[in-house]
Design a protein around this ligand. Structure first.
Ligand code: SF4
Length: 282
């Protein structure tokens, strides 16, 4: 069970990190005060005010980042601080408190997604990349979709076919990577303006860090058969992320999303099968 939902864990750990930093700064000031007194009696007060000002600046910065994430409004452009400073800080504090790393990573991904949503601009379809992990493909499928996604035969054995349809519908690019190195190479070669990435907590976190400053919305995969094998993904979450970057209209106004249509198709197939059964029984 998760301790705190969504981005709240990451925010709490970041604030704890800032509190820890405050204690360190206070300790440093306390240790250098006798030396400063020898130089000049006013110096400890001046140094104290400077350190306090610096610290209040950090607290204000963190507060603005948190507010941006909650309101999903671009109050401050500080994704770099979040990715490069707050995440390592939250990881260290979380390790100290014995919080599972995947929980911290999942919370960081939520935080990152909110910050991306607070600032992202409209992305043309051909500049958006859907990056998928190889483990989404059915483990027994003989077709090499990592080399070319069009090798998929749309047999329905996994969600790769649904995701290809989704990309075709929105006119975006799609790539399936077998690992972090290949994913990085795809990004370098395709130079997208934004990425929707599906992966586990660890790969998504490192992917978000490596891809910076390209905005990435991360969607966690589901692992009903354990890690790296026959994983799944919530198609609606993927489609919502694509829609966000493309700034498309609401599902109702353009006749429903791919995920919604897919479920409608399944419903129709089920109704048709029921109809056939009832006729063959009569
Ligand atoms: S949908 Fe495509 S990738 Fe998935 S099992 Fe069928 S052929 Fe293979």
């Amino acid at each position: 069970m998760r301790i705190l939902k969504g981005k709240n864990l990451f925010i709490l750990l970041s604030f704890l990190g800032v509190v820890f930093l405050g204690i360190v700064l206070l300790g440093c000031w306390y240790l250098v005060t006798p030396r400063l007194m020898e130089i000049g009696p006013q110096l400890p007060v001046i140094a104290g005010i400077a350190i306090l000002g610096f610290y209040l600046g950090i607290v204000s910065l963190l507060s603005l980042i948190v507010l941006s994430a909650y309101l999903e409004k671009d109050l401050i452009s500080a994704k770099k601080v979040t990715v490069r400073i707050l995440f390592p800080l939250a990881t260290v504090i979380g390790r100290f408190l014995r919080i599972p790393q995947d929980e911290i990573r999942a919370s960081f991904i939520e935080m990152n997604n909110s910050l991306v949503k607070s600032s992202a601009k409209l992305i043309p379809g051909d500049r958006l990349l859907l990056l998928l992990p190889h483990c989404l493909q059915n483990f027994n499928c003989p077709h090499r979709v990592t080399a070319e996604v069009r090798n998929c035969r749309h047999c329905g054995g996994c969600e790769i076919a649904d995701l290809i349809d989704m990309c075709d519908r929105y006119g975006i690019r799609m790539s399936i990577a077998t690992g972090g190195t290949l994913a990085r190479r795809v990004i370098v070669e395709t130079r997208p303006n934004a990425i929707v990435a599906v992966a586990c907590e660890r790969d998504l976190t490192s992917g978000i860090q490596d891809s910076y400053p390209i905005p990435v919305i991360g969607v966690l995969n589901e692992r009903p058969y354990g890690p790296c094998r026959n994983t799944r993904v919530d198609l609606t979450l993927v489609e919502n992320a694509i829609r966000f970057f493309l700034k498309t209209q609401s599902p109702d106004s353009i006749g429903g999303g791919v995920a919604a249509r897919r479920s409608q198709q399944r419903e129709k197939q089920w109704q048709a099968s029921q109809h056939v059964k009832s006729h063959s029984g009569s």
